[in-house]
Ligand binder design. Structure first.
Ligand SMILES: [Zn+2]
Ligand SMILES: [Zn+2]
Length: 367
């Protein structure tokens, strides 16, 4: 079947990256309407994640204009014929994409999807098509491309949420917050009285610290170079902090715990910090790498490093759980957010890069 002949075209506005380093420019584009298994979402808000910024700064192919964004939240505008669980008007949070077909997906582990890379970073559907082709732009980033007024997604990366919470607050749950909290609760299954160090207290690290407090870990040591972030870490979950511009991290951890730590959650992606994380680990301890690197289990005395994707979370199960914790006051992630109008996306990115804003959220449309 020729989809072009049957699928209506939707006019959208999107922040397009056309050259390495940006800036992003808001342009009018034409997007295909949803296929039978797709859902068109009108975005109300989108978080900005470090992965968006990394792509922005690393994008080499100037001929391939792309739409980034993967922490969207919005309202279902149109659901394809085969969509069962969602209908027009539903409020949704968008998360990462998976294929739904491979043995990992079928076994309930979509974060380990065999096609994770293509589904999230391929800038096309898994069949190779691209809904923004008419405009010469590539979308489908994380199965969404949420720096836009509208995007296409599937039931696999949408989470229906209740209408009693603002979508602009819920938007960043789909990646950074899920990753930080999921690492502690799903991947590491940190138990009470385990010692935890969080390297880098950005959004992902602070979500990990909040989750560590929830599961009863102690001590929880936040490590960062920004005093303001360390103060917030103390309020949200950390029991101790180390300013790594002023203090020796290994000596600081030894002073606090009397030895090393059981877990290090490494969010900084610096090779030096990665090495340090291994050095401060107790025997049988684990370094969780939330930086895209893969782990190794060949370290002495049972220590290991684990590369973690999306906190091993199944979004449709884990995001509602985090929302319940938030409503009960146990996961106050709203304190990390700063809101920007969609048109101020480049400023939001600059503020995030400087570390002035922990989690920028773009306001795209009214509910
Ligand atoms: Zn899969
Ligand atoms: Zn992300």
């Amino acid at each position: 079947m020729n989809y072009d002949s049957v699928v209506k075209v939707q006019k959208i506005k999107a922040a397009v990256l056309r050259k390495k380093g940006g800036p992003l420019k808001i342009e009018s584009l034409e997007m295909e309407g949803p296929r039978d298994e797709e859902i068109m979402v009108r975005l109300v808000a989108s978080g900005i994640c470090h992965t968006d910024i990394a792509f922005c700064d690393g994008w080499e192919k100037a001929d391939n204009a792309v739409v980034l964004g993967h922490e969207g939240a919005g309202v279902v505008e149109k659901a394809g014929k085969k969509v069962k669980s969602l209908k027009r008007g539903d409020h949704v949070v968008l998360s990462y994409q998976s294929c739904g077909q491979c043995w990992q997906c079928r076994g309930g582990h979509p974060a380990h999807c065999q096609h994770f890379y293509e589904a999230n970073f391929g800038f096309q559907r898994l069949d190779g098509s691209n809904a923004l082709q008419r405009s010469g732009v590539r979308g489908h980033f994380f199965g969404q491309s949420s720096f836009a007024t509208h995007c296409l997604a599937t039931e696999r990366n949408l989470v229906k949420v209740s209408k009693d919470l603002p979508l602009e607050v819920l938007a960043p749950m789909g990646c950074g917050l899920q990753t930080g909290a999921g690492t502690v609760m799903n991947s590491l299954k940190v138990s009470d009285r385990s010692s935890v160090a969080v390297f880098g207290t950005g959004a992902v690290g602070l979500a990990a610290a909040m989750a560590a407090r929830l599961v009863g870990a102690h001590p929880i040591i936040g490590v960062d170079r920004k005093p303001k972030r360390l103060q917030l870490a103390l309020q949200l979950g950390a029991t101790h902090t180390i300013d790594n511009r002023r203090q020796d991290v290994a000596a600081g951890i030894a002073h606090i715990t009397g030895r090393g730590v059981d877990y290090v959650i490494e969010t900084t992606a610096s090779p030096k910090t990665h090495q340090l994380a291994i050095e401060v680990l107790n025997p049988h301890g684990v370094v969780a790498l939330l930086t895209g690197e893969s782990g190794t289990d060949s370290l002495p005395e049972g220590r290991k490093t684990l590369g973690i994707i999306q906190g091993d979370a199944v979004p449709q199960q884990f995001i509602p759980k985090l929302i319940e914790l938030y409503k009960a006051g146990h996961f106050p992630f709203d304190r990390l957010l700063k809101f920007y109008d969609f048109g101020k996306i480049n400023k939001a990115i600059a503020d995030s890069k400087r570390g002035d804003t922990i989690k920028p959220v773009l306001r795209i449309s009214e509910v």
